[in-house]
Design a protein around this ligand. Sequence first.
Ligand code: TYD
Length: 204
Amino acid sequence: MPGRFITFEGIDGAGKSSHIEALAAGLRERGHHVVVTREPGGTPLAERVRELVLHAPMDALTETLLVFAARRDHLTAQIEPALARGATVLCDRFTDATFAYQGGGRGFDLAVLTQLEHWVQQGRQPDVTFWFDLSAELAAQRRQAARSPDRFEQQDEAFFERVRAGYAARRDAQPQRFAVIDASGEREAVWSQIAAAMDKGGWW
Ligand code: TYD
């Protein structure tokens, strides 16, 4: 049986990370082999690309091509083999982030993104996407407590409003794979929504 591909999305400050670890632990307790990975990144090559994308100034086309190049390497070297082995793959961000950040945030052409998505993924899509939804205002408050910001975290609230709208458009286009999580509450309240979605979907 091929494994399940689960991705985690949301604007910076939505608080995905600790829940990814908790979900990995819960799945392992139930006997799954779990691979936790992230984008941009997940392979030695893609992690080098991540450094550039997060810190080196570049235009929107360069940024877009780099995230898809990193994704191609990540898919072929890590994600596809893991799914073929039957592992559950938990990936912190995937192509919805490109539609949200490069498409929504930067205003990059969505038709070009769709074309790149087809070339790079050859039909591969996440089975389940947890979208941690949060207002840009609340996310900005949470980010203030965080460490030195990268190129995206330095953007203003209007940018993150557009990113959030970009995620909403993806959810509206493919509602069957999205589980929308209200990320405004306390950690426990957020976790219970994830656990409930896992129960309801029969994804444990
Ligand atoms: P993230 O993975 O949330 O890392 P951290 O929690 O360590 O800050 O952030 C990665 C950043 O990369 C995030 O701001 C969104 C951005 N990004 C894109 O712009 N496009 C993409 O396709 C992906 C995967 C990420």
